[in-house]
Design a protein around this ligand. Structure first.
Ligand SMILES: Nc1ncnc2c1ncn2[C@@H]1O[C@H](COP(=O)(O)OP(=O)(O)OP(=O)(O)O)[C@@H](O)[C@H]1O
Ligand SMILES: [Mg+2]
Length: 227
């Protein structure tokens, strides 16, 4: 059974005459690293928002492990699918960097000692330890991006959706992110990566889905794309 399955999914934003996504059929397995690529405005972000239930399809159905997504609460979906927004400013809301990383764990009832250990690990890995008591909005764009990713990864979700995760990351930090995502993947957890970054997609994805004008244009499982 696929982890996420979209059947003929269409979505239109209110007041817009053309749908942002049109008739999408797509199955994502629980493991594997799928990339979604395509030009600006082709519907990539919209599709991922539909997958986590913050938008509801105007047509078609979405299933999470065989059950209609509409039957899950946003909190239930959020507990299973980690989502990194295209813009980290939409995601960060705590008063310190450390709190941001530990928020999900605390919320899920982990004991303070475990939360502290995991927070330290993710702050170290993403080189944010020096900023642990800083207000997240004071970070640079690349630091905010690392924090948004660290905060989602710290929850160790079954499946990850990352929308343009390499934006603002320098080459070294991009490699660190790739290494970490490969590690997550080896643990059998799946991910969907939305990206314009060809080298990132080539190094990360084992399947590349291309969108154009709201439709799926191609779905390829070969390793190399766009070179
Ligand atoms: N909140 C919104 N209200 C109205 N229209 C929207 C909204 N968000 C996106 N759109 C429109 O929906 C279409 C698809 O946008 P979407 O953000 O999904 O594209 P994208 O492929 O993620 O683009 P990018 O590569 O620039 O991130 C575009 O035409 C966009 O203008
Ligand atoms: Mg987008």
């Amino acid at each position: 059974m696929p982890f996420l399955e979209l059947r003929q999914v269409t979505f239109s934003y209110p007041g817009k005459s053309n749908p942002a996504v049109i008739g999408i059929d797509l199955s994502l397995e629980k493991d594997g690293r799928t990339a979604i690529v395509g030009p600006n405005g082709s519907g990539k972000t919209t599709l991922t928002r539909l997958m986590i239930g913050i938008l509801q399809p105007s047509g078609g159905e979405i299933y999470l492990e065989g059950c209609p997504l509409a039957g899950y609460s946003l909190a239930e979906i959020g507990g299973r699918i980690g989502y990194v927004f295209q813009n980290p400013d939409w995601q960060l809301f705590c008063s310190t960097v450390a709190e941001e990383v530990g928020f999900g764990l605390t919320n899920r009832g982990y004991d303070p000692q475990t939360v502290a250990e995991k927070v330290d690990f993710y702050l170290d890995y993403f080189e944010l330890a020096a900023y642990r008591n800083v207000f997240p909005m004071y970070l640079s764009q690349g630091e905010k991006q690392r924090l948004a990713i660290a905060a989602v990864l710290a929850n160790e979700p079954e499946f990850l959706i990352l929308d343009e995760p390499t934006i603002g990351l320098d080459a070294y930090r991009k490699r660190l992110l790739e290494d970490y995502l490969h590690k997550v993947s080896r643990l059998g957890r799946g991910m969907l990566l939305v990206s314009h970054d060809v080298s990132f997609v080539n190094r990360m994805a084992d399947r590349v889905v291309t969108m154009k004008n709201g439709c799926l244009e191609s779905d390829r499982r070969e390793r190399q794309y766009g070179l």
